[in-house]
Design a protein around this ligand. Structure first.
Ligand code: NCD
Length: 359
């Protein structure tokens, strides 16, 4: 298997690599002491341009449990980015001091852009409302640990499907597995974006869209709840109107399967009532712990890779200009204009369709 050098989207993850990462993760869970010092002398750079608790802490804990050092920031105000340094230059510098970079940014495509300038592996810890592939590794590890496999699942995903980056990556990753179908539960305004829906159909999987949570629950094997993403709304009134649409309570679980998993990437903001926490089907806190182990597995692969000059971008170039205001290309004009792996009519950073040109 060719060594992968980045995890910026689920497209970087093959089934073979997932299997290897998961087997190593199981070994780490069973024999954590065997891995102490595996990455001694290596350094993880942790660049969080957006707030985080679980992802940031679990990466730091994962690196330190492997014996690696960590430097970084969780507030860009203390860095030269606040003096106007470009992402490309910041990444070149950071890569020169470290062995792997983890980056979280409010801008879609930031990790893809970072990987173009880095001599060390780049991991996307969340790019705006786009993708969050290591939360997906966490989710897959949780399902595999709890059910023994990831096959034949009816998955209900509920909440803010429009802005939920964990949802977008999870849906794409499910294309690697068989017997998967989805029940997508959201208000009309927060439906799954078109580029993610396309992934479901391109994998030959089925989905229904629904606005009612209780109606779907009895048929589900997994219920994946999500928070309405306040930070992605332009209209505060719209956020207030939609934020409490779904609240999962203990009472609603009466008709649910006895082995249904209740998952959530966390943080929650009222969408799972605390009376659900002691239900044996609620696995969201364990899920966060599995996240640390699967990140140890990932870092163990990446931190020890030799440095490599980033490849020159020669393919997939376009003259088209993305107009998604959240896309990294809106601020970092020097970036090569590339097309998405989903099609030449889409931006290679944020996957949104280019505007149709009229002459
Ligand atoms: C998620 C995120 O940041 O996208 N949290 C996480 O990484 N565990 C979900 C969220 O913030 O709602």
């Amino acid at each position: 298997m060719q060594q992968v050098r980045k995890l910026v989207s689920v497209a970087d993850l093959s089934r073979a690599w997932w299997k290897r990462l998961y087997l190593q993760c199981c070994d780490i869970i069973n024999y954590p002491d065997d891995y102490v010092g595996f990455c001694q002398g290596r350094i993880l750079a942790s660049m969080f341009f957006e707030s985080s608790t679980r992802t940031n802490f679990s990466f730091q804990a994962a690196a330190q449990r492997l014996g690696a050092g960590v430097f970084g920031f969780s507030d860009p105000l203390g860095t030269s980015v606040s003096k106007g340094e470009t992402l490309a230059d910041t990444i070149r510098m950071t890569a020169s001091y470290s062995d792997t970079i983890v980056i979280r940014s409010p801008q879609e495509g930031a990790a893809t852009a970072a990987a173009l300038y880095s001599e060390v592996p780049v991991i996307n810890a969340g790019d705006g409302g786009h993708f969050h592939p290591t939360q997906t590794l966490t989710d897959l590890a949780t399902i595999a640990q709890k059910r023994g496999n990831i096959e034949n699942l009816r998955i209900g995903i509920c909440g803010d499907l429009k802005h939920g980056r964990t949802v977008h990556s999870l849906v794409e990753a499910m294309g690697m597995f068989t017997g998967i179908s989805f029940c997508l539960i959201s208000p009309k305004e927060l439906r799954l974006p078109e580029y993610v829906l396309r992934q479901i159909t391109s994998h030959g999987q089925e989905y229904v869209e629904s606005e009612t949570l209780s109606e779907c629950i009895p048929e589900l094997d997994i219920l994946y709840m999500t928070r309405v993403q306040r930070e992605r709304f332009h209209d505060a009134a719209e956020y207030r109107r939609l934020k409490d649409v779904y609240v999962l309570t203990k009472k609603m679980l009466h008709g649910a399967k006895s082995d249904m998993l209740i998952m959530h990437p966390l943080p929650r903001y009222g969408e799972i009532s605390t009376d659900v926490d002691d239900d044996p089907r609620a696995v969201y806190f364990e899920q966060a712990r599995f996240g640390m182990f699967i990140r140890m597995s990932l870092l163990n692969d990446f931190l020890r890779l030799p440095r490599q000059k980033p490849p020159q971008v020669t393919e997939g170039l376009t003259k088209l200009q993305c107009n998604n205001p959240a896309c990294i290309t809106q601020s970092d004009f020097y970036l090569p204009k590339i097309v998405s792996h989903l099609g030449a009519d889409r931006c290679g950073y944020c996957d949104k369709k280019f505007p149709i040109l009229t002459f």
